[in-house]
Ligand binder design. Structure first.
Ligand SMILES: Cc1ncc(COP(=O)(O)O)c(C=O)c1O
Length: 394
């Protein structure tokens, strides 16, 4: 089965009782045993549940992996990967990793006796500079947030392998529809299924996928032990969302490329960052590594930070909201939203100027999206009259 078919048919046969094409939500904490000699397939939902089981099989199939464990959030999946470490170990975190992952590395791991350093995933050789005999694991992601830098996954894996370091890759921004890191040698893929995999901004979830049976067993044991598992309803919603992952991603990519081109030619836009543009510094790597360039764009407004904020508040279709990967378009102002915990200095050092905006481009009609950004950009340096986001659609 090819990718789009797997998303719809793997582990999703009609239900055995009535032949319902869509399986019910098995909303039960516990399952009855026929007898004490006959341990049922499912016995308690923190351990396993039919809806979660289907979702795990689908996500594993989409990532070309053998084993998947689903979690209650992307962060829970990432912490599960870190749970493979023990006191005395050293871990490397890519410098442009998601803020929540950085928070775990900075605040939680040192308290467990685990040393943390950063490395530059754009320069795989930087791993040699910081790795030592205790370095057990490294974590990275690409495209990164919000600069959308694209690291060469196979090159990072090759250095890590040489040094015997386990690789963890966060594939949230691309989704398995555009990039399959296990095929490039990564040991563990993690996801915030909250984003593209579920695709409708209605659940919080995570997943960990691997081909290594020992790692898979430990991830499952971790989920079961700490209870960081998704509810049957959230799994069911995610299964519904994942069926359309392939077509959604095609449309996200088409819309994002058209918008990036529109923004590039706009007089009130100082710069546009989108891996699909030839002007992007990592365009060549992205073209080789990904089957589409994704739905995320960052751009800088000409003018002051106030102008950037005004644009964010002036959009009507683009909702001013955190997160990404849903069918609806979102606009974000990183200094006050996704990267608010950093100081201005740290942000600028990481290439996040105060005039930058981030878009999660949805699957609406492209002409409407362009018109929306055009009218918002026209308001630069003008007072806002019409409310924004939620206020405008109510
Ligand atoms: C790249 C990436 N990884 C992980 C997460 C964490 O996911 P969750 O919010 O589902 O815990 C996020 C959330 O924004 C993210 O963007």
């Amino acid at each position: 089965m090819n990718f789009a078919t797997r998303a719809i048919r793997v582990a999703q046969d009609p239900d055995r009782q009535y032949g319902a094409v869509i399986n019910p939500i098995w909303q039960s904490a516990t399952f009855a045993w026929e007898s004490l000699d006959d341990i049922p397939e499912f016995d308690y939902t923190r351990v396993a549940n039919p809806n979660r089981d289907s979702l795990e099989k689908v996500i594993a199939a989409l990532e070309n992996g053998q084993f998947c464990t689903c979690f209650a959030s992307g962060m829970a999946a990432i912490v599960a990967a870190f749970s493979l470490l023990q006191a005395g170990d050293h871990v490397l975190v890519a410098s442009d990793i998601y803020g929540g992952t950085f928070r775990v590395a900075e605040k939680l791991l040192p308290r467990q006796g685990i040393r943390v350093d950063t490395f530059d995933s754009a320069r795989p050789e930087s791993i040699f500079e910081v790795a030592g005999p205790e370095t057990k694991l490294l974590i990275f992601e690409t495209p990164s947030n919000p600069n959308l830098r694209v690291a060469d996954i196979a090159a990072v894996v090759s250095v890590a392998r040489e040094l015997g370091i386990l690789t963890v890759f966060d594939n949230t921004f691309a989704s398995p529809a555009l990039q399959r890191p296990l095929d490039l040698g990564v040991d563990i893929v993690v996801h915030s299924t909250t984003k593209y995999i579920s695709g409708h901004s209605d659940i919080i979830g995570g997943a960990l996928v691997t081909n290594d049976e020992d790692i898979a067993t430990r991830a499952f044991e971790y989920a079961k032990t700490v209870g960081a598992v998704p509810s049957p309803f959230d799994c069911w919603l995610t299964l519904r969302g994942v069926k359309t992952l392939s077509v959604r991603m095609q449309r996200h990519c088409e819309n994002a490329l058209a918008l990036a081109r529109f923004l590039e030619s706009h007089p009130k836009v100082a710069s546009v960052t989108y891996p699909g543009l030839a002007s992007h510094p990592d365009h060549e790597i992205a073209a080789r590594q990904m089957s589409g360039f994704g739905g995320m764009i960052a751009f800088e407004v000409v003018g002051t930070p106030e102008d950037a904020k005004r644009v964010a508040e002036a959009t009507r279709l683009f909702l001013l909201a955190e997160s990404l990967g849903g069918v609806e378009s979102l606009i974000g102002y990183p200094p006050l939203m996704s990267h608010a915990t950093m100081t201005e200095e740290e942000r600028v050092a990481r290439g996040i100027p105060p005039t930058m905006l981030r878009l999660s481009v949805g699957i609406e009609d492209i002409d409407d999206l362009i018109a929306d950004l055009d009218q918002a950009l026209a308001k630069v340096a003008e007072p806002i009259r019409e409310g924004h986001g939620l206020a405008a659609v109510r």
